[in-house]
Design a protein. Structure first.
Length: 288
């Protein structure tokens, strides 16, 4: 199976369910999970202004074809940026389901530059940078950072974070050129639910499913088929927790210098092992 296709591989297997189980077991420690990312992966309710009836007139017949159009469009973009508002459920020991989340901004310049900035609902800022050689996760307010040398392209950087560092990548999958093929090979059903309006943007509302897990994605109609909203539901896990992300502010011509992707620590900043930082911040635990 191709490496790098993480968001939808998580959706279509049990790895994310195990993540939610782990979140439940960690209890109070995960109340700190209020910031990012998927570097580089896959809207909260506040993002959705309105949604039309799901029974649209003459909806497109092929959900996979629409999804592939989105995947191919993103794969063809040499650079882009967007914003995301992420929310996710954590089941408490009492049975109560609480929502946590963060706001994120993504800047990608192929083949090997990525910047992810996140602000959790607790106000803590975190940044992830990749300059083609080094991956860095930093918490400026706390004066700490962790860096790992790993030359390669953006997809390889996401693979490294997931496979070697244990970081989830809920939105980083959107960078992978073979995303549509991977999804098509693993789903059991797909359908076009209809047409919806998300924050005034007309979208195709698509639904995909396999045993125990389902995900919905809203794709902008027209010449710019970008993802606008994603919702994943883990039906076979206690409480049926959800992950959701609202994506907006797409820009396919950001003018950004190389220096934006390079990390320059202050003299007072302390470098710590990546796995130590991972235990402390949501960017590393929750993913990019």
């Amino acid at each position: 199976m191709p490496r790098g296709v993480r968001l939808f591989r998580y959706v279509l297997c049990l790895r994310c369910a195990r993540y939610f189980a782990r979140a439940h077991e960690e209890g109070a420690a995960l109340r700190r999970l209020t910031t990012v990312l998927s570097l580089l992966a896959f809207a909260s309710c506040a993002y959705a202004d309105s949604t039309d009836s799901s029974h649209a007139t003459r909806p497109p017949a092929d959900a996979l074809a629409i999804f592939r159009g989105m995947s191919d469009f993103l794969a063809a973009q040499p650079r882009f940026s967007f914003r995301a508002e992420v929310s996710y459920d954590v089941l408490q020991e009492t049975g109560e389901k609480l929502e946590f989340g963060s706001e994120r901004s993504f800047l990608v310049r192929r083949p090997d530059r990525v910047l992810v900035a996140a602000r959790g609902r607790d106000g803590v800022e975190e940044r992830l940078t990749f300059d083609g050689t080094t991956l860095t996760v930093a918490v400026p307010d706390e004066g700490v950072y962790a860096s790992v040398e790993h030359p390669g392209n953006t997809e390889a950087a996401v693979d490294f974070l997931v496979d070697e560092m244990g970081v989830m990548s809920p939105l980083g999958d959107l960078l992978h050129p073979r995303l549509a093929d991977e999804v098509a090979s693993r789903i059991e059903s797909s359908r076009v639910v209809g047409t919806a309006s998300i924050r005034g943007v007309r979208c195709h509302h698509l639904a995909f499913s396999r045993s125990g897990v389902g995900f919905q994605i809203w794709v902008e109609q027209g010449e710019r088929p970008v993802p606008v909203r994603i919702v994943v539901t883990y039906r076979d896990h206690e409480g049926s927790p959800q992950f959701s992300a609202g994506l907006a502010g797409w820009d396919f011509a950001p003018d950004v210098p190389d220096s934006a992707f390079a990390f320059a620590p202050t003299e007072a900043a302390k470098r710590v092992p990546f796995f130590e930082l991972k235990r402390r911040i949501a960017l590393a635990r929750e993913g990019i």
